[in-house]
Design a protein around this ligand. Structure first.
Ligand SMILES: Nc1ncnc2c1ncn2[C@@H]1O[C@H](COP(=O)(O)OP(=O)(O)OP(=O)(O)O)[C@@H](O)[C@H]1O
Ligand SMILES: [Mg+2]
Length: 230
């Protein structure tokens, strides 16, 4: 199980300290989301030596921005926050979330990780945890760096075929290699329990191939398990 000491990230990672400085020097608008994240990424590329050395890059989806550094075993995740309705400027809501509450999709992962731990499924999630709150209100989270490349060589395709017949109903994760690897690592019974847990808790609506991956040890995990609030 991958754990990380928050102090170690804070003290020994120069690039993390720089990242905080860059973020604190940026003037965010009232919201930060996938409409204006490119401006922030351009800014980071401009100010950062590391970027010019191609030592890190950013990725993002609908709800989070992710900073991936070559020399780190973790990634930094920054959740997007509120957005103002383009057509009706008076009505403010939170992106993809109920209008009555602030919703931080990284915090959602933290909460879900704790719950998975209670139920004995935490090994199958890449742990998201907060490490820093910047002066200008940006919450920085970390998560173990994962890959979507499957390096697992011994997987038998038969596992998946047998499993999908046995499971009955549609599988919430539609990636044969990932499922096969899971069966190799933990067994079919555990996979069935885990998938049923995901379905029962309604965590199963956004488990595309982008949101699942493998740890550096090659173990299958969910990378993005915050789902998407309608
Ligand atoms: N732990 C990680 N290791 C490596 N890459 C990651 C990690 N977490 C996220 N990424 C990359 O960043 C992308 C966006 O992250 P994530 O899926 O958590 O956010 P999102 O905004 O919900 O994305 P989407 O809307 O596409 O589901 C991922 O699709 C993946 O390419
Ligand atoms: Mg995602």
């Amino acid at each position: 199980m991958y754990t990380i000491k928050k102090e170690k990230v804070m003290q020994n990672t120069l690039s993390f300290a720089k990242l905080v400085k860059y973020i604190e020097n940026y003037s965010f608008e009232e919201f930060f989301n996938d409409w204006n994240v490119d401006d922030f990424i351009d800014y980071l590329y401009d100010v950062s030596e590391e970027c010019q050395n191609e030592k890190w890059h950013c990725e993002y989806g609908a709800t989070k921005m992710v900073i991936i550094m070559d020399d780190e075993e973790i990634v930094f995740k920054i959740p997007f926050n509120s957005i103002r309705n383009y057509w009706d400027k008076t009505y403010e809501f939170f992106y993809g979330a109920p209008s009555t509450s602030t919703w931080d999709y990284c915090e959602a992962e933290e909460e879900r990780y704790d719950m998975a731990e209670e139920y004995g499924f935490a090994n199958y999630l890449a742990k998201t945890e907060i490490v820093y709150n910047t002066k200008n209100g940006i919450r920085i989270y970390i998560q173990p760096k994962c890959t979507t490349r499957n390096r697992h060589k011994t997987t038998s395709k038969r596992n998946y075929r047998v499993f999908s017949k046995w499971y009955r109903g549609s599988l919430p994760i539609d990636d044969t290699k990932w499922l096969n690897t899971f069966i190799d690592c933990y067994g079919a019974y555990k996979l069935k329990q885990f998938l049923q847990f995901l379905e029962n808790e309604d965590w199963d609506d956004d488990l595309s191939h982008d949101n699942i991956g493998y740890t550096k040890e090659g173990k299958p995990v969910l990378i993005d398990y915050s789902s998407y609030m309608e």
